[in-house]
Design a binder for this molecule. Sequence first.
Ligand SMILES: Cc1cc2nc3c(=O)[nH]c(=O)nc-3n(C[C@H](O)[C@H](O)[C@H](O)COP(=O)(O)OP(=O)(O)OC[C@H]3O[C@@H](n4cnc5c(N)ncnc54)[C@H](O)[C@@H]3O)c2cc1C
Length: 343
Amino acid sequence: METILFLAHTEPDGSLAKAALEALGTALDLSRALSGAALVAGIVGGQVEAAAGRIAKCGAQRFLGVSGKAFSESRYASDAAAAEALCRASQATLVIAPATSRWSRSLAGVAQRLNGRIDTHAASVQIANGQPAVSRWYYRQRMEAVLQREERPWVILLDPGCHEPWSGEAGSAAVESIPVALAAERTTVTGFHSPSADQQTIRPDAKLLFVAGAGWTKKQPDGRVHIADAEKLILNFLRLARASLGSSKSLVDLSGEGQTVLPFLTHLNQVGQTGSTPRHPKGLSACCHGEEPHVVGWRFIDERRAINLDPNCGWARGKADVLYVADAFEVMAKVNKLLAERA
Ligand SMILES: Cc1cc2nc3c(=O)[nH]c(=O)nc-3n(C[C@H](O)[C@H](O)[C@H](O)COP(=O)(O)OP(=O)(O)OC[C@H]3O[C@@H](n4cnc5c(N)ncnc54)[C@H](O)[C@@H]3O)c2cc1C
């Protein structure tokens, strides 16, 4: 019989992130589907009571916590020690955790210490032949595989956006505190450097992904480039539509080649085979050709539209639901005007 450990860490304000509640939803489904399975919740953080209270009514049999100042911050040594202690205390055979940067960095090491196994980037956990099975994508979302393992404990890192977040009522939970003896700390967390909210263009929860392609920096029909106009149009649209900004590889590569570029784009914005595969209900691409290595990153965009001057661009070949054969500078100026009137 399996013992399922839902493993979470708190956010700086003591809450649980949406990704953690999604992982809890998966752990619950699994505990219901596997006969005789037990569900344990394990939380790591500076203080864990509020987070445990948030999920008090989820149906977990036990709530375990590792808390204290050393566990409020993301640090490999303390995160791995805390997760290992929770796995041992719960005697977990299956560990379901959200693929946050903290867990993605530390849980492979924990699986190794426990002589277990880990699978990352899981898109779902189901039951096949009465046993748990993880599905995940390979080769940049071109192939989906379903994996089963006999080794235990089996740690599964669940990608965000793959399950509805658990949304039950809060309550109060009796948290069993698990002691963790830490070796002398060699890593000191001094703080975070993050861009201001205005500069933050990657918004995973946005309803719309706006993808900018290299066409924004190319000579336009008047024989000139219009970088300043492109920058204004794109940033205005992001502000008005609260969209997330993606980019083609060609556009972000330009900066490395010393060409005039859009300064707010980095390789983190790149969508595609060698970039990211974001999840958004809608996507709008402008001035991007829609070649396969780029469009493969649109796997999880449900409704796709593109603006391109070229009626034979890649989007026209079944890759977009709607292609506007038009000048993106003109279209986006008009769209921004309409959005501003509505705001
Ligand atoms: C191994 C490998 C991995 C790769 N990985 C990725 C990846 O992860 N992501 C990625 O994006 N690419 C990737 N590529 C590159 C990819 O094949 C394309 O080269 C790249 O996506 C092209 O970028 P683009 O469409 O922005 O630029 P271009 O191909 O230069 O297209 C610009 C487009 O803008 C249009 N345009 C110009 N002006 C306007 C206007 N005023 N209005 C409307 N349209 C206009 C043009 O018609 C043109 O179609 C990869 C390639 C390889 C070989």
